[in-house]
Design a protein around this ligand. Structure first.
Ligand code: CTP
Ligand code: MG
Length: 260
């Protein structure tokens, strides 16, 4: 594991969300999965990937428990070339948490992987695939899976047909070209910093529409490459997702070792 550490890569783990939709009354990063907090699983995946020389974790502002947990786990689990761990206070949106973490990226780092703690079971292979693409020269690279459902674009029916149905179909994009996007998303550090700086001029409505870091980089006109993600990389958002993650963790499909 330790021999895979590539100098110059930081992995940012955003774990500062409140977990409203999960409804545990605690930050999602603390919610237990198989008896351990989601953040522990997420950090284990990062450590097992062995691509990071620094890990920056964004925790909810002032949350000493998650801070300590991050620091202790990183020290206990990593090998000889263990990554430096930095814990920062996150912001009130995911983007703000990423920006807070970007400010603490160490000198000498040239690329970053931004990962959701909520994707607690992402297999190490996915981190390595993203890192490998960056090493081959990509300035931006995201993991994604083919979409299994047919996706429709819709609009509200409005007054004319509201009694018939609330929405109508506008178009059906070809599923062949659609991908469901995951994390870790990898970037050249300067490119991601520029993208976040440019986002400073967006209005609140535009900001609310920013759902991943790649969108900001796309807005700069930078080419974003796509590598294969994993079914184990599901984002734990609702109770149903947590149940599925428990099954993946305990069952025959243990995510660390089976590539989806
Ligand atoms: N996140 C963050 N800072 C925020 C909001 C979100 O670091 N202010 C992180 C979350 O911790 C999570 C990832 O971004 O790892 C994706 O967010 P999401 O799944 O929406 O998590 P929560 O915001 O915690 O959940 P909810 O929206 O249900 O409150
Ligand atoms: Mg959220």
């Amino acid at each position: 594991m330790a021999s895979n550490v590539q100098p110059g890569i930081a992995v940012i783990v955003v774990a500062a969300g409140s977990g409203e939709r999960l409804g545990y009354g605690m930050p999602k990063a603390k919610v237990p999965l198989g008896g351990e907090p989601l953040l522990v699983h997420a950090l284990r995946g990062v450590l097992a990937a062995g691509v990071a020389s620094q890990i920056v974790v964004a925790v909810p502002r002032g949350n000493d428990e998650l801070r300590l947990l991050s620091e202790t786990l990183t020290v206990e689990t990593a090998g000889e070339l263990r990554p430096d761990i930095t814990v920062v206070d996150g912001g009130s949106t995911r983007s703000e948490s990423v920006r807070a973490a970007l400010e603490s990226v160490a000198a000498g780092i040239s690329a970053v992987l931004v990962h959701d703690a909520a994707r607690a079971l992402t297999p190490p292979e996915v981190f390595r695939r993203v890192a490998a693409s960056l090493a081959e020269g990509a300035l931006a690279v995201i993991p994604a899976l083919a979409v299994v459902d047919t996706i429709k674009e819709v609009s509200p029916t409005g007054q004319d047909s509201a009694v018939v149905a609330p929405e109508r179909v506008v178009s059906t994009p070809s599923r062949q070209q659609l991908r469901a996007v995951q994390t870790p998303q990898g970037f050249d550090l300067a490119t991601l910093r520029n993208a976040h700086q440019a986002a400073g001029s967006l209005n609140p409505t535009q900001l609310a529409g920013i759902t991943d870091d790649a969108m900001l980089v796309e807005a700069l006109g930078t080419e974003v490459f796509v590598v294969r993600g994993s079914a184990h990389s599901l984002k734990i958002t609702t109770r149903t997702d947590l149940l599925l993650a428990e099954a993946l963790l305990e069952g025959q499909m243990a995510p660390r070792w089976v590539e989806g």
